[in-house]
Design a protein around this ligand. Structure first.
Ligand code: LMR
Length: 333
């Protein structure tokens, strides 16, 4: 009888402690649109590993890659509603939210190299941009690199005139729209997850993206030509739902900040090699003709794209552009 009562009590206690313990675990849903095998995908995995380790399992990070939960624009709405807690959208995705200063990152040829880029994101400009997100219920935690964009198309592309009339997929960004209009192309806004099929069916003729994105989404299977223009940049802001983040126990948040700082160093340290490897793999495949433009060809693209600065400065804010250009000179446009 005693034994049975003890057994019953134990069973009840187990029943209670199971769900109760689970209820205490904090779950962070981290949604993103790219493949796991990319700079962003690997950064997310690193954050999960470190966050779970440093919080001794108090926090569980669930990663949902490849737009399996949400496509580009929907994911930001989901974050604001609290359906997911963490995202790392490309910087181009912030303009449509009303944080237009972020569009400075989309300007063609604004960053001569990654060092200058990181001076901007890791410095005062990066902080100032994050402040613009707070009123939208979003907190910016870190900037993660992807890399410089290259062009791809189904017809040969070596000079600005080759883009005349081409339907080019872009992220939803006014600057990217102006960029392709300056080349005489027809920009088409489209979610990242839809690009492969659009290329395959001829809905678009080409696009711009980083080698790691083109490789992992298999764009090189449905595009004949690529030009290593490095004309623009794709990087990410790791963001969280602000009320969720502010409501975390302070000790947990400290550990998560530490995990994020280390995951950021890791993600930024692998981004270049990930893109170099992806470019090499695409070349090796023999399925796409990849060219590096000559100095004269690059000069022709820079000249054709220069008017974009003047057209967009009213939107982005001349002060923001100047702040970035100050870091990029003398090599900036
Ligand atoms: C795109 O939409 O092309 C990229 O921003 C996707 C990404 O997150 O790298």
């Amino acid at each position: 009888m005693h034994k049975t009562l003890f057994g019953a009590l134990l069973a009840a206690a187990t029943l209670l402690s199971g769900p109760a313990a689970q209820a205490q675990q904090i779950v962070i849903k981290f949604s993103h649109v790219v493949a796991p095998d990319t700079p962003k995908g690997k950064g997310a995995e690193k954050f999960k590993e470190l966050a779970e380790k440093y919080t001794a399992g108090k926090v569980k990070v669930e990663i949902y890659p490849n737009s399996q939960l949400y496509k580009d624009k929907e994911e930001v709405e989901a974050l604001q509603l609290g359906a997911v807690q963490m995202l790392a959208p490309s910087l181009a995705k912030f303009g449509p939210m009303g944080a237009r200063a972020f569009e400075v990152f989309d300007l063609p040829y604004i960053f001569p190299n990654k060092e200058v880029l990181q001076k901007v994101t890791q410095g005062a400009v990066g902080k100032k941009l994050f402040e613009q997100l707070e009123s939208k219920g979003i907190k910016g935690l870190a900037y993660w690199d992807n890399g410089f964009k290259i062009m791809s198309a189904n017809t040969p592309i070596a000079k600005p005139a080759d883009f005349q009339g081409l339907k080019m997929r872009i992220q939803s960004s006014k600057v990217l729209e102006a960029q392709f209009r300056a080349l005489g192309a027809l920009p088409q806004v489209m979610a990242f997850s839809e690009v492969y099929q659009a290329m395959q069916t001829g809905v678009v003729d080409g696009s711009e993206n980083t080698p790691s994105n083109m490789y992992t989404q298999k764009h090189y299977e449905v595009q004949k030509y690529a030009l290593v223009t490095n004309h623009g940049y794709i990087g990410y802001a790791v963001i969280v739902n602000k009320p969720f983040w502010d409501g975390l126990p302070a000790d947990v948040r400290t550990q998560l900040d530490k995990a994020m700082a280390e995951a950021t160093v890791y993600a930024n340290s692998i981004s270049q090699s990930e893109n170099d490897d992806a470019l090499a793999e695409m070349k090796k495949s023999g399925r796409i003709d990849i060219r590096v433009p000559t100095a004269a060809e690059t000069a022709a693209f820079r000249k054709a794209l220069e008017p974009v600065y003047g057209e967009m400065s009213g939107r982005i804010g001349k002060d923001t552009i100047d702040m970035v250009l100050k870091e990029t000179k003398p090599t900036g446009l």
